[in-house]
Ligand binder design. Structure first.
Ligand code: NAD
Length: 328
């Protein structure tokens, strides 16, 4: 369907709610959704009205604490919401410091979203993660359907969320869809305390100081993706023809499988005197070691034509350009 037709169709349809809209993903997802479907179709929300930026100012913005089922329900009714993109969460490394709070938000608030979605027949997007895998999962070319015994509270809540999404689809016919996103690299909003944050911090430090102390070991291989690809993957999945989806939820998606040493070497092509030091954080190293090296995303490619635009080289070139402009 062409964008103009899509806009016309959606104008007659219900609105889209984004929770946790001021986070790393939400702050780029909201402008992309407004651009794609029209600003009036999107309701952004966050736990507080901070920071004031294009997400809070560029269209409808509501304060919404997703731990309250009544507050979610009120906003869904008030705005006639038909789709919920649920981004509110606590990231992996912070989750290990406050596991009960992480469970209440990462699983409990998502259960609230599904409860409201069932009442109001909303479609739901759930962002799972490479964190849904654990040390007993095959780490090379990790299959779509495989062993999932994560050792972090973040991962436990992601597996539970994936399963609850499947349950609501099978039991109540709800249109739930989701992705297992890898570490995301972006230049708009800083990441919120995850295990792959080094891949963002490194760019700012490379431009500012020409030096970065990485909290993961040099050879720690993890899947990553540039934010423009992550945003496309979300909208593409939500627009995909339902009859082609065999999985619906928790599709593996990836764009590159890289180590800190490889990322540093790519940055050195543009900043030859950039120096990488290693100051390993045992907590984040242990989490990273429990996650896959590289995921097999063939189900996403087969069922809804997933294909990333950016690899390590093109992402690094674009990140350096954007971060240099930002820091001027
Ligand atoms: P983030 O930490 O940057 O943003 C999360 C947002 O949720 C924050 O703005 C925070 O204020 C908000 N929030 C916290 N408590 C809330 C509450 N009670 N009610 C409403 N909002 C609340 O996270 P992100 O990077 O944007 O990630 C969004 C989702 O994508 C998460 O589920 C995350 O696990 C998943 N994901 C992210 C990555 C990544 O690299 N960023 C990778 C894989 C999966």
């Amino acid at each position: 369907m062409r964008i103009a037709e899509l806009r016309a169709t959606l104008a007659m349809m219900k609105k889209m709610l984004v929770t946790g809209a001021l986070g790393q993903i939400g702050s780029e997802l909201v402008p992309a959704l407004r651009e794609r479907y029209g600003s009036e179709a999107i309701v952004a929300s966050g736990i507080r009205f901070r920071p004031v930026n294009s997400v809070t100012e560029g269209g409808t913005f509501e304060i919404l604490d997703c731990t309250s089922v009544d507050d979610i329900s009120a906003i869904v009714q008030r705005h006639d919401v038909g789709t919920i993109y649920h981004m509110a969460a606590i990231m992996s490394a912070i989750g290990e410091k406050k596991p009960e709070e992480a469970w209440d938000l990462n699983f409990g608030a998502f259960a609230n979203i599904l409860k409201v979605a069932r009442q109001h027949r909303c479609a739901v997007f759930f962002p799972s993660s490479i964190g849904a895998f654990g040390p007993t999962t095959p780490s090379q070319n990790t299959p779509q359907d495989t062993l999932q015994r994560p050792t972090t509270i973040y991962g436990v809540a992601k597996v539970a969320g994936e399963m609850l999404s499947d349950y609501y689809a099978a039991r109540f016919g709800l249109d739930t869809r989701g992705l297992r996103l890898p570490g995301l690299i972006s230049n708009v909003t800083p990441p919120g305390g995850g295990t792959t944050d080094y891949a963002v911090d490194i760019f700012y430090q490379a431009v500012r100081e020409k030096r970065y102390a990485c909290f993961l070991r040099a050879e720690t291989r993890l899947d990553m993706m540039y934010m423009p690809d992550a945003i496309s993957s979300i909208t593409q999945l939500m627009e995909a023809d339902a009859s082609r989806l065999k999985h619906r939820n928790a599709f593996n998606v990836t764009a590159m499988s890289i180590t800190p040493a490889e990322l540093a070497a790519e940055i050195q092509r543009y900043i030859p005197d950039f120096v990488m030091d290693y100051d390993v954080d045992p907590l984040r190293q242990e989490i990273a070691d429990s996650w896959p090296d590289s995921m097999d995303d063939s189900a996403a490619r087969a069922e809804w034509d997933w294909s990333p635009r950016y690899d390590l080289a093109s992402m690094t070139k674009d990140m350096l350009k954007k971060v240099r402009t930002k820091l001027k």
